[in-house]
Ligand binder design. Structure first.
Ligand SMILES: [Zn+2]
Ligand SMILES: [Zn+2]
Length: 167
């Protein structure tokens, strides 16, 4: 859904939309349940401002054992987008600290799916483990140490008796 500057010039746009599982694609995550976004978009001093809330159920791989980890997402957002043409002019102007949520858009407006994707990824934790004490995979044999024993065999030369046998 494209939120255009042209339409916002006439009236606010209210969004209440549910995307089915998998509708929004992510590089390293799967959207496993419906994603609902409720938002209001308006034009404020030439910027497109989008405020709202999104909820989704995401899934990622455990950092240690690559098992699927479910991550519920509930994120509020309040974002402003400037047309990209103004960057050049404002390049030298310092962006005040409270404007960190300002983004840029090119073309007629802002694609809602892009906003949702970005906000969802921002809300995900940096470390994703299936459980706090996940033992992960053995670097040698690849065994999932949560459910099986390491299959790595001690190389024969590492045996403390190797030198005895040679003498
Ligand atoms: Zn794990
Ligand atoms: Zn092993």
């Amino acid at each position: 859904m494209l939120i255009t500057r042209e339409e916002l010039a006439l009236h606010k746009v209210t969004v209440d939309q549910t995307y089915p599982a998998g509708a929004v694609d992510y590089p390293k995550f799967r959207q496993t349940g419906p994603l609902r976004v409720q938002a209001v978009a308006e034009l404020v001093e030439g910027e497109i401002r989008i405020r709202g809330h999104l909820e989704a159920c995401m899934e990622a791989e455990c950092d240690r054992c690559i098992a699927a980890v479910e991550i519920p997402v509930a994120q509020d957002f309040d974002l402003s987008y400037r047309p990209v043409a103004t960057i050049a002019r404002e390049e030298e102007i310092e962006v005040p600290g409270d404007e960190l949520d300002v983004g840029f858009y090119s073309g007629p407006g802002v694609e809602l799916a892009d906003v949702i994707r970005e906000q969802t990824i921002l809300s995900l934790p940096m470390k994703r483990v299936c459980r706090p004490d996940c033992k992960g995979l053995c670097a040698g044999c690849g065994a999932n140490l949560n459910v099986e024993a390491c299959r790595c065999r001690q190389p024969a030369d590492d045996s403390p008796f190797a030198s005895l046998r040679q003498s």
